[in-house]
Design a protein around this ligand. Structure first.
Ligand code: ATP
Length: 238
């Protein structure tokens, strides 16, 4: 049973810099069990850096990231995956010369029982079954995005971090991706979703945070924010 009051992820006042560029200036946010939380913001606001900071792929200058009340700041990224957080990165991170199956296998690097999960992945993404022996570089953009999500799901996450899954995809494919996001949540996986497509993101999300130059400037329930004048001006085209 999903307990929607249970804090899964707590990001507490984190600061991250790349040299002189302060990408995150003290960000606090959270994801509860069973939630879809969306993170909106212009290019360069710090959204991808936030996901990297959760995975400890960039060092934190200050602050903490708690997963199920336990600090992750001394945990290596591969251990974080084992604990139950998976990242679908910006640009998808598909290995083009490897086959679809080999890419999927990478997501399950720590599991010996992953093959039993494949049928479920193929049920979610039937096209991947058809393409199983093809090199991943021959897939369309939408298919590659499905492969990236399927690969992340094979690590059996409890929390999925998605970095702009709709980027560069046709409207019909974007709709498919958003339906899949809801289905994945209905299977008990919580989701932190970065999106440029604020309309669609607010439709599927429970809550939303807006980042601007490394800081959270607006936060609230997705229903509330879909009607907020401030957010409409900034992210919904008036
Ligand atoms: P986008 O949607 O364009 O990816 P974003 O909101 O995800 O934007 P980030 O990619 O997190 O933003 O970048 C935040 C800031 O940090 C930007 O000013 C960016 O130029 C800078 N930055 C990101 N990665 C690096 C890096 N590896 N080295 C130096 N600066 C970086």
């Amino acid at each position: 049973m999903v307990d929607k009051s249970k804090a899964l992820l707590e990001v507490q006042n984190i600061k991250v810099s790349y040299g002189a560029v302060q990408a995150l200036k003290g960000v606090t946010l959270g994801v509860k069990e069973g939630e879809i939380v969306t993170l909106l913001g212009a290019n360069g606001a710090g959204k991808s850096t936030l996901l990297k900071a959760i995975m400890q792929m960039v060092p934190l200058q200050e602050g903490d990231v708690l997963y199920l009340k336990e600090s992750l700041t001394r945990t290596k990224t591969n251990q974080i995956v084992k604990k139950g957080i998976a990242l679908v990165p910006e640009g998808r991170g598909i290995l083009a010369s490897m086959t679809v199956l080999e890419n999927l296998e990478l997501g399950a690097f720590h599991r010996s029982d992953w093959r039993s999960e494949l049928d479920h992945i193929f049920e979610l993404f039937p096209i991947l079954k058809e393409r199983i022996k093809q090199s991943a570089g021959t897939l369309s953009g939408g298919e590659q995005q499905m492969l990236a999500i399927g690969r992340a799901l094979l690590s059996k996450p409890r929390l999925l971090l998605l970095d702009e899954p709709s980027l560069g995809l046709a409207p019909k494919i974007i709709q498919n991706i958003f339906q899949l996001i809801q289905r994945i949540r209905n299977e008990g996986i919580s989701i932190l979703l970065i999106e440029q497509n604020a309309h669609m993101a607010l439709k599927v999300a429970d809550r939303c945070y807006c980042l601007e130059t490394g800081q959270v400037v607006i936060s609230g329930s997705a229903d509330e924010l879909a009607h907020s004048e401030e957010l409409k001006k900034a992210y919904l085209g008036g």
